[in-house]
Design a protein around this ligand. Sequence first.
Ligand SMILES: Cc1ncc(COP(=O)(O)O)c(C=O)c1O
Length: 364
Amino acid sequence: MTDAVIAHLRLEERIGGYEAAEAAREAVERPYAAISELIGCQPEEVAVVENATRAWDMAFYSLAFRPGDRILTARAEYASNVIAYLQVARRSGAIVEIVEDDESGQLDVADLARRLHDDGGPVKLVAITHVPTQGGLVNPAAEIGRLTREAGVPYLLDACQSVGQLRVDVNEIGCDLLSATGRKFLRAPRGTGFLYVSRGILDRIEPPFLDLHAATWTAPATYEIRPDARRFENWECNVAAKIGLGVAVDYALSYGIEAIEERVTVLADRLRQRLSERAGIAVHDQGQRRCGIVTFSVEGVPAAVVQKHLSRASVNTSISELSSAQFDFPERSLNAIVRASVHYYNTEDEITALCQALDTLPGG
Ligand SMILES: Cc1ncc(COP(=O)(O)O)c(C=O)c1O
């Protein structure tokens, strides 16, 4: 992937940006077909954009909310999405409603069903994060899709952290819109992402921004929007990174998404088990189904101290803080937790290295 990106940058340097894009036309087109194979849709239903956030924004801000319209979301929703809900609610009078979690910590499907059919006002959108930033939870995306289809309510799934580590099929899930990133489990360059827009919803929503790629200026006072999902893109992009995204998705397809999911799940379960056997460590992942993200805390040691210590032992982790999980952490009496993500290339030895590094944690 890196070689493909660098080769394209070199080509741009040598012959010019437009000329290089033309010469690499097939590779620039490849992400659409590769992504459609990965998530089970048509290439025309894919828009390639700068990141998952922009993909999600383009979908969300396409919907026109009126006073009293309800947005149903989950406790584990991604912070940027919630900020967008709050902004739109403030501007439009729409209502943001949190669907409760069940006792396992995943979205409570029965509570969602109830809210979809109660008389609290029109539900305009169900928007859920599949795998949250702050834990290994996998929300029951397909059960949610069954309910939204029955109710005829648009369903936007933030699959940023599930695509590339879990099998994600848009038809099985039943979502109308799905956003994802290149830079996480797909191992593509930073600054790449994509939006799936189902044929069924394409003509019912209008992108919040249009440019000369998303639409054609047909006469001095008219324009025509593109007939495919690329109406959610903009014209200028990082062509080398886009080529890299196609190569990375092809790589995941060649490894096999089922094989990736199995390996990631086994390694993460192993890490959770090893951590939970240790005194003073609490593992925080919730839900009936868990993925490759493992979150924990060490009694009496701030998450930032644990992260720095692990980093000195060459173990990369990150931290999820309250500002990423305002709907979620207060309910669980959490403030900040350490997040370790495994991928198929990680080894049992690396899991051991993480656990051994915790042995030498000052105050741990
Ligand atoms: C659930 C979720 N959605 C969206 C994003 C944003 O992804 P990107 O950085 O590609 O915009 C993240 C990033 O951490 C995430 O965890």
